[in-house]
Design a protein around this ligand. Structure first.
Ligand code: 4AD
Ligand code: MG
Length: 464
């Protein structure tokens, strides 16, 4: 039978002296003397621990001895006003029960203050640290806020496939999905792997984006959003790239580029405001330990209109900057993180939305401008992060899209269904993709993207 117990978050918030409570959680520390001991217990419901005061005349020393850092226990007792700093109540233990001990000689989190690098090697235990408890709670609140934002505006949540036969971004950085034997795959008459014998009877891969399917649904339901995992086999071993990351992709019929920008800006501001409103305790902890400027940065983003600049103007500003960039800038080049951060942090001192990129460096589906050399793309650039959102108005004209696909060698036979939406009831439409972990970097102030997802997948790392 389930023993009723109270979450420590609720005990600390609503508990009154004299109340009987039961709490369950993991021991963070135990200290004291031969008469009285103090256990700090955390159950993940909040950052704080509750203090359990143990009188050795009530609880026998044997029971107490096994209650070491990391052990999981239940404590029954009465709440009393606490003289300790930062909490109103503590528990005077009547009974303690051990669920699972944690041998102090072997428990990896016995001591405090481990490096983030070390914690990445023990991803199975790091949720028990203050840092990862805080990050994971904020992540959950942000995920819920994303749904709330779109649901309140009448967007339909669309589930797009994880396994796909098409390469949305056209960059070819996909993880293959197959049930064929890697050592002895069946071969066809050209001595190439015969994928007709594979599970789906064709080549398939993990999706890099739900956008193309999102567009199909937007041209039926009006406004949709996706929120799911995406996979990229790019070998970027940076603090901003994951091989498996979560993306939010709204897609809206009848939106043109300025509408798309307005929505992206409103969306990001809503998420920052939610974090400030609902995650203050966890964010204060993260700020104190990792990023002293966190709150200043969050508030500054929320309070200002994002700067809107064309790619061409941005290139001029970068050229005039007098900065010695590692990658030199000229019209047509892809902007690097160093350029993006200069524009945001030094030049404009606010988030920037860059538009109208050269067509050659952007995906095939973006709508062309009349100048013939730029497309209606938009990237939202954030302080410390660089690109946090990428999006565009889509090419909705069948002939123009087909021509662009041919120019870029996008296999039209694989995307016949995508082309077909431009033949039947096409409409102007736009959308964008927010990298959820990039957002999490910004919100939490953490420096490495591996530390804002529970189980990071990066080159040479998918152990568990
Ligand atoms: O700019 P990207 O590649 O755009 C798309 O995939 C479009 N289909 C989106 C759309 O218009 N619906 O990716 C969108 C965002 C980036 O701005 C970045 O925040 C994030 O996804 N992102 C990554 N995040 C972590 N690790 C990676 N390897 C990422 N690649 C992109
Ligand atoms: Mg992009």
């Amino acid at each position: 039978m389930k023993t009723p117990h109270t979450r420590i978050h609720d005990v600390l918030k609503h508990g009154r002296p004299g109340q009987e409570v039961t709490v369950k959680g993991w021991v963070r520390s135990r200290r004291g003397n031969k008469q009285v001991q103090f256990i700090a217990l955390n159950d993940g419901s909040c950052l704080q621990t509750i203090q359990i005061v143990v009188d050795l005349q009530t609880i026998d020393a044997e029971t107490l001895k096994a209650i070491t850092t990391g052990a999981c226990i239940r404590a029954d007792g009465m709440l009393a006003a606490s003289p300790a700093k930062g909490q109103n109540v503590e528990i005077q233990a009547r009974e303690l029960k051990m669920y699972g001990s944690a041998d102090p000689a072997n428990y990896p989190l016995q001591k405090k203050g481990h490096s983030l690098e070390f914690l990445r090697e023990i991803a199975h235990l790091r949720p028990r640290t203050n840092t990862f408890g805080a990050v994971l709670r904020v992540r959950s609140v942000m995920a819920y806020a994303i749904h709330r934002f779109f649901q309140q505006r009448g967007f339909v949540y669309l589930h797009t496939p994880i396994i796909t036969g098409s390469d949305c971004e056209g960059a070819g950085e996909m993880f293959r999905v197959t049930t064929l034997d890697a050592k002895t795959p069946p071969l066809n008459e050209h001595a190439a792997v015969d994928f007709s014998q594979d599970f789906f009877g064709r080549e398939t891969a993990l999706t890099v984006s739900g956008q193309l399917e999102g567009e199909l649904a937007a041209l039926a339901l009006g406004q949709i959003y996706t929120f799911g995992p995406t996979f990229r086999a790019e070998n970027s071993n940076t603090a901003r790239h994951l091989a498996e990351f979560w993306m939010v992709e709204p897609e809206m019929a009848f939106y043109e580029l300025p509408d798309n920008m307005d929505l992206a800006e409103e969306f990001l501001k809503y998420l920052v405001q939610t974090a400030l409103d609902d995650c203050s305790v966890d964010l204060e902890f993260l700020s104190a330990h990792y990023d002293a400027d966190l709150f200043e940065r969050l508030r500054s983003t929320d309070g200002v209109a994002f700067e809107r600049l064309s790619y061409g103007d941005a290139v001029e500003l970068l050229k005039k900057s007098g900065k010695n960039f590692e990658f030199p800038v000229s019209w047509g080049c892809d902007l690097q993180a160093e350029h993006e951060r200069y524009l945001v942090e030094e030049c404009c001192k606010r988030p920037v939305i860059l538009t109208d990129y050269p067509r050659a460096i952007k995906a095939f589906y973006m709508k062309g401008n009349d100048d013939g050399r730029t497309v209606r793309a938009m990237d939202v650039l954030f302080p410390r992060i660089g690109e946090i959102i990428g999006g565009s108005e889509r090419e909705s004209d069948h002939a123009a899209l087909l021509q662009r696909m041919r120019e870029m060698h996008i296999p039209e036979q694989d995307l016949w269904w995508y082309l077909e939406t431009r033949r039947f009831g096409s409409a102007p439409h736009s959308g964008f993709g927010l990298g959820f972990e990039r957002l999490m970097l910004f919100i939490t102030g953490m420096a490495n993207i591996r530390d804002v997802i529970p189980f990071p997948r990066t080159p040479k790392n998918a152990s568990f």
